[in-house]
Write a protein that binds this ligand. Structure first.
Ligand SMILES: Cc1ncc(COP(=O)(O)O)c(C=O)c1O
Length: 431
């Protein structure tokens, strides 16, 4: 069956389509698209990720020849100190994954059964499941149109006398408005946990994320801009929280007490020395890599002037965006094609582009089944829109040269032009 763009009424698979009212034609320009057999904008892949350089290999070799491959030696401790310091924090507690860092944050902050925790309606599922796993109640709040971060106004309205905390997500690497979140936190005595899984090195007013709330959590999963395949860390300036988190992370031990003395209902969420070795190497390249991605995004800002496409808006207070993802949206009517066709066309042109999350978190079966964990959903129109019109481009595509980056603009214009209706001379054009 022929597919038809609902907006331009152009037939995608056959040159002609009878709609019942009139015959529609696929514009000739669409044949240029790689999706329909044309030459792609680029055949050369973008830099692969993850990528090991000599520094990573050297650091791993050092661990291999040591007697401490686990989480208790100097490799993990040094990484914790360095990463926390680079994120304007005194303490870092490294974990096996970012999900565990979130669970650790909630547990160490004493969040538990019956407490409500506000979370954004769009994020990776761990932002919500961490709350459910400590038996607290996630309250799903809408995101903002421009930033894709939690909507502070709506967050304020969702607060009840059971609300103990909020997890804010610096989505794609763009810091949430921490001035407004800080004010809400003060007014309502809320614990703020920054889920900075996407935002290594990102800054709000020159201060790095992970240092604004009671604590921050980061992920080092395979696709992240710093990775050890898996990994996570909790960052904080609170000595009290750090002591508690370190104990929970380490089987309930206390640093000054004996190995077999356990004081908390803890667990073992620890990071290995191998993970820390890889991450210590990448930490040295963090700022330089952010600058490269920022420079390349500047190129895109200057060259993508196609109507109907817009990118996540970066307020002046954001002094560094980590650009884990370049998030954007398509206005079908103006751009000429819907988001799903756009993403397919971009991929075919050689640009790593993906549709946004397919549904808000509260529409995962986990939260829709009758036996689902307790939760509450506030009105989330923006979150619903984003599933249909938004997309993201991987940081890999921002890690190349300016020419590599320009291919993103070229692909966008090519797709836009291909879907414009042909200038008619009065005769239908059949190609
Ligand atoms: C926003 C967000 N929070 C938390 C996580 C969980 O991190 P991890 O995959 O390291 O467990 C992710 C992972 O992608 C994420 O995107």
């Amino acid at each position: 069956m022929a597919l038809c763009s609902p907006l331009r009424n152009v037939c995608l698979e056959s040159p002609m389509l009878w709609t019942g009212e009139r015959i529609l034609f696929r514009p000739k320009t669409m044949n240029n698209l790689a999706l329909y057999g044309g030459t792609p904008v680029r055949e050369k892949p973008y830099p692969s990720w993850p990528a090991a350089e000599q520094l990573e290999r050297d650091q791993l070799t050092e661990v291999l020849s040591s007697q401490q491959w686990g989480g208790h030696g100097k490799t993990v401790a040094q990484f914790e100190t360095l990463f926390a310091g680079m994120h304007d924090c005194k303490y870092g507690i490294a974990t096996a994954t970012g999900t565990l860092a979130l669970e650790l944050a909630l547990t160490a902050a004493g969040i538990g059964e019956g407490d409500e925790v506000i979370v954004p309606a769009h994020s990776f599922v761990a932002t919500a499941t961490a709350v459910s796993r400590v038996r607290a109640v996630p309250v799903f709040v809408d995101i903002e149109h421009n930033s894709y971060g939690i909507d502070a106004e709506r967050m304020n309205l969702a607060i009840t006398d059971r609300t103990r905390a909020a997890i804010v997500v610096h989505f794609g690497g763009l810091p949430v408005d921490m001035d407004r979140i800080g004010k809400i936190s003060q007014d309502h005595k809320l614990v703020i946990i920054e889920d900075a899984a996407h935002a290594h090195g990102a800054e709000w007013h020159g201060q790095r994320v992970g240092s604004f709330g009671l604590c921050g959590t980061f992920s080092f999963q395979n696709s992240k801009t710093m990775t050890a395949g898996e990994g996570g860390i909790l960052t904080t300036n609170s000595e009290e929280l750090a002591i508690q988190a370190r104990s929970v992370n380490d089987g309930g031990r206390r640093e000054t007490e004996g190995w077999f003395n356990h004081f908390e209902l803890g667990s073992n969420f620890r990071m290995t020395a191998f993970q820390a070795a890889l991450l210590s190497a990448q930490l040295q390249k963090l700022t330089e890599r952010i600058h490269l991605r920022e420079e390349n995004v500047e190129i895109l800002r200057d060259t993508v002037c196609t109507p109907g496409i817009s990118f996540q808006v970066q307020p002046d207070s954001v002094t560094a965006h980590s650009f884990y993802l370049l998030v954007g949206r398509i206005d079908e009517k103006t751009f000429g094609v819907n988001r799903d066709e756009f993403v397919k066309a971009m991929e075919a042109e050689g640009i790593p582009c993906r549709p946004f999350y397919p549904h808000p978190l509260y529409k995962n079966s986990l939260y829709t089944e009758p036996e689902s964990p307790l939760h509450r959903v506030e009105p989330c129109p923006e979150a619903e829109f984003a599933t249909k019109d938004s997309f993201w481009i991987s940081h890999r595509a921002l890690a190349g040269s300016s020419e590599d980056t320009l291919d993103i603009s070229r692909a966008i214009s090519k797709i836009h032009e291909a879907f414009q209706p042909e200038k008619s001379n009065g005769e239908p054009s059949i190609n």
